[in-house]
Design a protein around this ligand. Structure first.
Ligand code: NAX
Length: 329
């Protein structure tokens, strides 16, 4: 039998946690032959810790054959100890009257502390996924706070946007989601993200030619994908949770297992590709092999796409500048 892998999850008693943990313990993330140990972090607050205990009771009651251990934590230094994977889901939500700047700063503090803790105690090969918003900038901060870990170990979740784009393209073309290849989402996990089906194919045929409607792309597709989170809050009264958990599972699964030559989207520190400044945590089309992602190179960027990429990059640059003073301290 395989040695158990340690999976740390923050915000474990939250909405996304409630969908995510059961799927990890069920083997959906690392494979049906891979035992896991869950190391769950919540804030020290008594109510949160009690809620976490309740979730753990339910996980116990599933009697998952792959679950080799499970611990509750309020300190990232113990929660991240020897972690092979870290899913940073917990974040500070925007409170009433809170400015974007305050939100960025509150989260910058959380992700500085967690980045330092990962740096100190996690496996040197830890694969980190930041889900908590603003996800790209939080991932950037954690990465910068963990100088002894390779920068490439830090990623941000764009997979929900990617999956949303897939399902919109499937609906528009009337083809199954599973037949769509070479789709990608560029940039920030925010309404500025640029979902790009210019290179996508279905059974080898060009999706762009099949749809052949630039107005639909600009006026329907991009706003639908970009504002999907808001549409779900409006409909459900709560933000997306099961679909977010599913995307986190997909992201980590593909990073660990590989994509078999197929494209997916990950938010990763830029290596300068496509003119995105080094270290910017940016959604790129990637393939994954042997646990290493690689940016798909050589894609033509037309004028419309360049404008979109510039817009989402500008937002990320502003977020990064907004927290720069905290990283120097
Ligand atoms: P919830 O508010 O239900 O849960 C968050 C949990 O995190 C709470 O239990 C809270 O106590 C905990 N928490 C807060 N600060 C913490 C800290 N410093 N250490 C450990 N735990 C901490 O939110 P939920 O709906 O689960 O969403 C979690 C995050 O995901 C939010 O920031 C949300 O904006 C973000 N999302 C990101 C998405 C993406 O695609 N990247 C999509 C879904 C989601 O909106």
């Amino acid at each position: 039998a395989k040695t158990p892998m340690r999976v740390a999850v923050t915000g474990a008693a939250g909405q996304i946690g409630y969908s995510l943990l059961f799927r990890i313990a069920n083997g959906d993330m690392l494979g049906k032959d891979q035992p896991v140990i869950l190391q769950l972090l919540e804030i020290a607050d008594e109510k949160a810790q009690k809620a976490l205990k309740g979730v753990m009771m339910e996980i116990d009651d599933c009697a998952f054959p792959l679950l080799a251990g499970m611990t509750a934590h309020s300190d990232p230094m113990t929660a991240f100890k020897d972690a092979d994977f870290a899913l940073l889901v917990g974040a500070r939500p925007r409170g009433p009257g809170m400015e974007r700047k305050d939100l960025l700063e509150a989260n910058a503090q959380i992700f500085t502390v967690q980045g330092k803790a990962l740096d100190a105690v996690a496996s040197r090969n830890v694969k980190v996924l930041v889900v908590g918003n603003p996800a790209n900038t939080n991932a950037y901060i954690a990465m910068k706070s963990a100088p002894s870990l390779p920068a490439k170990n830090f990623t941000a979740m764009l997979r929900l946007d990617h999956n949303r784009a897939l399902s919109q393209v499937a609906a528009k073309t009337g083809k199954p989601v599973s037949s769509i290849e070479k789709l990608a989402v560029w940039g920030n996990h925010s309404p500025t993200m640029y979902a790009d089906y210019r290179f996508a194919t279905i059974d080898g045929a060009s999706v762009k030619d099949m749809i052949n409607d630039d107005a639909w792309n600009r006026d329907t597709f991009l706003p639908t994908v970009g504002k999907r989170g808001a549409a779900i809050i409006e409909a459900r009264g709560l933000s997306s949770a099961a679909s977010a958990a599913n995307a986190a599972i997909d992201h980590m699964h593909d990073w660990h297992i590989g994509t078999n030559g197929k494209w997916t989207t990950m938010g990763i520190p830029s290596d300068g590709s496509y003119g995105i400044p080094q270290d910017t945590m940016f959604g790129f089309p990637v393939t994954v092999e042997n646990g290493e992602y690689k940016i798909v190179q050589g894609l033509a960027i037309d004028e419309f796409s360049q404008e979109r990429i510039n817009l989402t990059l500008k937002e990320l640059t502003e977020e990064r500048e907004g927290v720069a003073h905290l990283l120097k301290a």
